[in-house]
Design a protein around this ligand. Structure first.
Ligand code: FES
Length: 159
C-alpha cells in the first residue's frame, strides 16, 4: 500500500511539473518501494488516484521501463544488459554464467527469494561494457571473475 508519506511526496513532485505525467517515474519508484519491490495493479490504481491520471497512463509508463517489476522479485534484482556493446563483449556468456551459478534463467527468482535475474536492454553504460545492475548499483567492465566476486559478496551480505 502507498504510504501517506509517499502520497505526499508524489503530490509534491506532481505539482513541480507543468505536465503531471512527467512525475510518473519518481511516483512509480516510490510506489514500487512501498509495495515491496514490484507493482501490482493496486499500485497503479493508487498512483493514478494521487496523480489524477487515468490508470492506463500509469500502466503504460510502468510497462515501458525494465526497472519497474510486474511480479514479485528477489532481494537482489540482477539486470544484465545484452544490447549491442555488452553483447559484443560477452554479455550472453556472463548472463548464462550467472544463471548457472544461481540455478535460474532470465525472468526467474531463486527459491529462497534472494535473487532475480533479468536480461535487459541498454542501461546506458555502453562505454564500460559488459555491465549489469544489481538493484540501484551498476557494475561495469565485467568479467566472469568479477561477477563471481559480486555474487559471492551478495550471498554473504544476505546470509
Ligand atoms: S549496450 Fe549494454 S549498457 Fe549499453
Amino acid at each position: 500500500m502507498l504510504s501517506e508519506e509517499s502520497k505526499a511526496e508524489i503530490r509534491k513532485i506532481r505539482d513541480e511539473y507543468p505536465d503531471q505525467k512527467s512525475a510518473l517515474l519518481p511516483a512509480l519508484y516510490l510506489a514500487q518501494r512501498d509495495f515491496g519491490g514490484w507493482l501490482p495493479d493496486e499500485a497503479f490504481d493508487q498512483v493514478a488516484a494521487v496523480m489524477g491520471l487515468p490508470v492506463t497512463a500509469v500502466a503504460a509508463v510502468a510497462s515501458f521501463y525494465t526497472m519497474f517489476h510486474r511480479k514479485p522479485v528477489g532481494q537482489y534484482v540482477i539486470q544484465v544488459c545484452t544490447n549491442i556493446s555488452c553483447s559484443l563483449l560477452g554479455a550472453e556468456h556472463l548472463l548464462a554464467h550467472i544463471g548457472r551459478n544461481l540455478g535460474i534463467g532470465p525472468g526467474e527468482t531463486t527459491q529462497d527469494g534472494r535473487f532475480t535475474l533479468l536480461e535487459v536492454e541498454c542501461l546506458g553504460s555502453c562505454g564500460t561494457a559488459p555491465m549489469m545492475q544489481v538493484n540501484d548499483r551498476t557494475y561495469e567492465n565485467l568479467t566472469v571473475e568479477k561477477v563471481e566476486q559480486i555474487l559471492t559478496r551478495l550471498a554473504r551480505e544476505d546470509a
